[in-house]
Design a protein around this ligand. Structure first.
Ligand code: ATR
Length: 273
């Protein structure tokens, strides 16, 4: 075994249910990268700054950040343009102290992997939090025609203004007439254990034939995805986005092309366990 160990990890609070260790460690194993290890690191918000310095000083090459640290990390790293635009850091490279956001690439590349057309297509985003920001930024860059519907309208308006997007803010009723080709759930509505919920109200007709993409991946088939299929559309769960944002971080830390199929299989296994 080679030495020293090059460590990376996921920092969150809580972090027990993270699929990232399984995904990254499977990739290291498949590539024979025996000197790399991906850890789960539980860190409460009040000691994030101190903890990141400690990790950096003790052999960590970089970390992923998850709830609730993504916004706070902006001030604790050198955020690149992507992280600043999205307003959140999910990946740090301690060698450069750069904080970036791989959710944007994870999302867009998963849509591409599923052959979902984006350029000039009408896309409706549900939600206006951090996940919606990453989606809106990526879709704006590839030339989709965007609309955003959020429970709190002002938050959607702020998102559009902050990102200087050419996007409409709509109510869900108005969104039906927008006739989107793709609808993306960027909220956590429908996530386990509240699997009978959907961000799309049952009494409102689901746009016929629209593709649904759900950033929720626990369960794999959400109520929202079932609604899309019943209306004759495609349904794509968010596990691919999780894998591909992780793959992008892997590429940054190691400089090695990650095995997407291995990471996908590991994430599926961990999710099922
Ligand atoms: P994230 O960073 O994961 O996007 P967030 O910033 O907490 O998380 O944003 C959560 C999103 O889900 C928001 O758009 C939120 O709507 P509000 O802006 O009105 O709070 C949305 N959301 C959460 N629970 C919801 C619910 N029960 N119904 C509708 N929208 C909901």
């Amino acid at each position: 075994m080679s030495w020293p160990i090059r460590k990376v990890g996921a920092v969150g609070w809580p972090i027990e249910h993270s699929l990232s260790p399984a995904m990254h460690n499977a990739a290291f194993a498949a590539l024979g990268m025996t000197d790399w290890l991906y850890d789960k690191i539980a860190i409460p918000p009040d000691i994030l700054k101190l903890s990141l310095r400690e990790l950096s000083d003790h052999g960590y090459v970089g970390v992923n950040l998850t709830v609730p640290h993504k916004e706070a990390a902006l001030a604790l790293t050198k955020p690149d343009e992507l992280a600043r635009a999205v307003g959140a850091v999910n990946t740090i490279d301690f060698r450069t102290r750069v904080g970036t956001n791989t959710d944007v690439l994870g999302f867009i590349s998963d849509l591409r992997a599923h052959d979902v057309p984006l350029e000039g297509q009408r896309v409706l985003l549900l939600g206006a939090g951090g996940a919606a920001r990453a989606a809106a930024y990526g879709l704006g860059r590839v030339g989709a025609e965007l609309a955003i519907a959020n429970r709190t309208t002002e938050r959607a308006e702020r998102l559009v203004a902050d990102l200087s997007l050419d996007a409409r803010v709509l109510s869900l009723e108005e969104a039906v007439n927008f006739a989107p080709a793709l609808i993306v759930n960027c909220t956590s509505v429908g996530m386990f254990p509240k699997t009978d919920e959907s961000p799309w109200p049952g009494e409102l007709p689901f746009p016929a034939g629209a593709t649904a993409y759900d950033m929720v991946y626990r369960p794999r088939r959400t109520r929202f995805l079932a609604q899309a299929e019943m209306a004759g559309g495609r349904a794509i769960g968010g596990l691919g986005m999780l894998v591909r944002q992780g793959a992008a971080a892997f590429r940054i830390w190691t400089g090695v092309e990650p095995p997407i199929d291995v990471m996908t299989h590991a994430a599926e296994q961990a999710l099922g366990a």
